[in-house]
Design a protein around this ligand. Sequence first.
Ligand SMILES: [Mg+2]
Length: 91
Amino acid sequence: MTMTIQEFQQHIKDKYGARDAERGTPATYMWFIEEVGELASALQDIDHKNKEEEFADVFAWLCTLANINGVNLSKALQDKYFKDGGPKGFK
Ligand SMILES: [Mg+2]
């Protein structure tokens, strides 16, 4: 099964959107950062399945943050990384 970033972001919105909007950005950002910490730990481990799970968690919470802030991640990625040859450096 393949899915686009937009499809996944919409899936997260459909499934958790109401609760995410109620929680708001500050608390959601804390969840996101907690998952980034879990990814940091997973990257130091040899358990590949755990790495996959933590990458998925980080991406899902990134989608949640985007959803409650009205950001279409697919569009944002295309605008920044595909237009005009992409960025010259990371900012
Ligand atoms: Mg996790």
